[in-house]
Design a protein around this ligand. Sequence first.
Ligand SMILES: Cc1cc2nc3c(=O)[nH]c(=O)nc-3n(C[C@H](O)[C@H](O)[C@H](O)COP(=O)(O)OP(=O)(O)OC[C@H]3O[C@@H](n4cnc5c(N)ncnc54)[C@H](O)[C@@H]3O)c2cc1C
Length: 372
Amino acid sequence: MYDIAIIGAGPAGATLARLIGKNYKVLLIDKRALLGGEEGSFEKCCGGLIAPDAQYMLGKLGLGVPKSVLVGPQLFVVRTIDIQNKIERFYQRHYINVDREKFDSWLVSLLPSSIEIRCGFLFKSFEKTDTGVNVKISHKGKEYVEKARFLIGADGAFSKVRRLLAPHTFPKKYIAIQEWFKVDKSLPYFSAIFDKNITDYYSWTIPKEDCLLIGTAIPVQSNARQKFELLKENLRNYGFVWKQQIKKQGCYLIRPQKVSQICLGKENILLLGEAAGWISPTSAEGLSYSFRSALALAKSLRKNPEKCFLDYTKQTKELKANIFSKKLKAPFMYNPIMRNIVMKSKILSMNMFMNLERLDCSACKEEEGEEL
Ligand SMILES: Cc1cc2nc3c(=O)[nH]c(=O)nc-3n(C[C@H](O)[C@H](O)[C@H](O)COP(=O)(O)OP(=O)(O)OC[C@H]3O[C@@H](n4cnc5c(N)ncnc54)[C@H](O)[C@@H]3O)c2cc1C
């Protein structure tokens, strides 16, 4: 019998496993091939940008990102495009640009050898027993049942653990689509595109080596494919160029709107990372929340496993407040009138001299003659 079975070896699950692995007998399950083998064919759909809050958490967790995980270019600027208001600005923001699969595999590679890691295994269901939980998993068509005292769902936005435990608590769901295209020249910025004809959230482009990643998050039940095509058309009008498509990705993304949509689990079944609802509702930045929730749960489990649900709830009060404080910022990003006022005011924006090639770039024209 295991002390703890963790479903999902993404940033949340792998971090929790690393923090408790020496104190408990841990089983870590993931359907992906995170150990470098051929065990799974899934790939996490993600922008792979480590934002400053996640950089802070990596530092706090005693980690520095290895070179093998990085992809070029490293980014210091966000190009914000508001399609309806026909306005664009550049803002300074520091990201670490990574290969998301390699990043996740690196986190798994840090786990102590005492942890049993099973990649390529699919979590199917659980059943509560007098002593804990029976966890049903499958691998290559064969089913297995493992016993554990605690079950942790760190299985992301479409968490099966949460669907079985608390199916009616999910936040608003979006379909995230990303397409990768070859480019001749990579752009030196991440761009965020706001267009109410596509989504009430936002769309993005991210340069990744010799590719441009184009992505968007569209509310479920919208015509996602048609909206994605409209996004590409808009981007072409804004001067983005790309060549052949390399790959397509898609997954769910959640956007918590109310405190009740953060679900930490129940008794000995706990939720972590995006499965619990830990993600920014304004930027979809999720890595810092995965690390922070994993650290909180690790502390609670180490303190007193019997009372860990209560302690985890207490430890994450601040994190909840942090998520909903982001909502104060939301109108400035998502209300077209307020966004227009903010962008027109040029508060915190910067001018891009790198873009001088694009002679029609308004920011460059305005800067001409100004001192450097
Ligand atoms: C399109 C998109 C772009 C994003 N870009 C960024 C970004 O640039 N920066 C950022 O900070 N955040 C970004 N996010 C959010 C970020 O990806 C997530 O918040 C973060 O990955 C959550 O980590 P997690 O460990 O909780 O879940 P996940 O990373 O989703 O990991 C869950 C793990 O569980 C496994 N799993 C799921 N179901 C099962 C099952 N039934 N059986 C076995 N294994 C299972 C999966 O294979 C996966 O490895 C983005 C999200 C999306 C959708």
